[in-house]
Design a protein around this ligand. Structure first.
Ligand code: SF4
Length: 305
């Protein structure tokens, strides 16, 4: 590790202690940011951690909607997002106004909302889900009800396949996961015949059909720990490969494609984390009426786990 990085890390650790802060980091973040995490995980794991933390300040190294979720469940704490521009293009593919209009067309449908959405959208929905619990969430809903699933059509399509429920899908998608093709998975399986291909449900149907397993990033971490195989093809944002290698030094990880990089997830650097702690920026808050609406939807999800 370079000396400047070491200085920054020492200062981050000093300020963290002084401010009683915790650093939560998503699996897709830069390696050096993953290395300073108090806790690293996927959206569901990070939301659960945000609920339980006793720290007064949460530094959220992820994208905007994740920091919003941390504030929704923790209104009394200061939630900091080190880069205010780290948004999620998928979350921007739905607005509360457009959702309200669609709900009018589908009266009686239960609205299930992937957490990759703004707080204002969550407030208009009945229950949230993550890629880790989406199937469980949908299975928990009354069987005679139709479901409007927002905003990721590909996660929705996969949940639909697993549950057989009557579902309407919002036409949103993740531009990063869209870059992973079925042909990429098939090519890497041919190149590495013993490898197990793990793919995220945000991927297109052809990529999921070519995979051996479909799961969240938290699911991938556990699967690799528990599985005896030595080689894995990874069909998700490639930032997770750093963690997989670090925690499984004897195993080999092959990205399905090098193109699966989320530029928003890479905006946070060590320098920005330090500045965030030094200057208390950027503070993420949600107006109270929206927070309460969104909290109901998030809490219904957290009760399912
Ligand atoms: S990987 Fe996709 S869903 Fe996740 S933050 Fe980036 S654009 Fe959004």
């Amino acid at each position: 590790m370079s000396a400047p990085n070491l200085d920054i890390i020492n200062e981050i650790n000093r300020l963290k202690k002084q401010k009683n802060a915790v650093i939560l980091v998503h699996n897709y973040q830069r390696p050096e940011v993953q290395d300073i995490a108090d806790f690293i995980g996927d959206s569901l794991e990070l939301s659960q951690k945000a609920v339980k933390t006793e720290a007064e300040v949460i530094v959220f190294c992820g994208v905007h909607f994740m920091a919003e979720t941390a504030h929704i469940v923790n209104p009394g704490k200061t939630v900091l997002l080190p880069d205010n521009e780290s948004g999620c293009p998928m979350a921007n593919m739905i607005t509360p106004e457009a959702l309200i209009a669609r709900k009018k067309e589908l009266p009686g449908a239960i609205v299930v909302c992937y957490v990759n959405s703004s707080a204002a959208v969550k407030a208009e929905t009945d229950i949230c889900c993550t890629s880790a619990n989406a199937v469980r969430v949908v299975q928990s809903l009354p069987a005679d009800k139709e479901i409007l699933f927002v905003p990721d059509q590909y996660l929705g399509q996969w949940v639909n396949e697993k549950t057989g429920r009557q579902m309407y899908l919002w036409p949103g998608f993740c531009p990063t996961h869209m870059r992973i093709l079925g042909d990429d998975i098939l090519r890497e399986k041919k190149n590495h015949p013993g490898a197990i291909a793990l793919v995220h449900p945000e991927c297109r149907p052809d990529a999921k059909a070519a995979a051996d397993e479909v799961m969240s990033t938290g699911g991938m971490i556990r699967f690799v720990h528990e599985n005896k195989a030595q080689e894995f093809i990874i069909g998700t944002e490639i930032g997770i490969i750093y963690r997989l290698k670090k925690e499984n030094p004897g195993k080999t990880f092959i990205p399905a494609t090098d193109k699966a990089v989320c530029p928003n997830m890479k905006k946070i650097t060590l320098e920005k984390v330090l500045r965030s702690l030094q200057e208390n920026r950027y503070i993420i808050t949600v107006p109270e009426d929206i927070r309460i609406g969104a909290l109901n939807s998030v809490n219904r999800m957290l009760a399912i786990g």
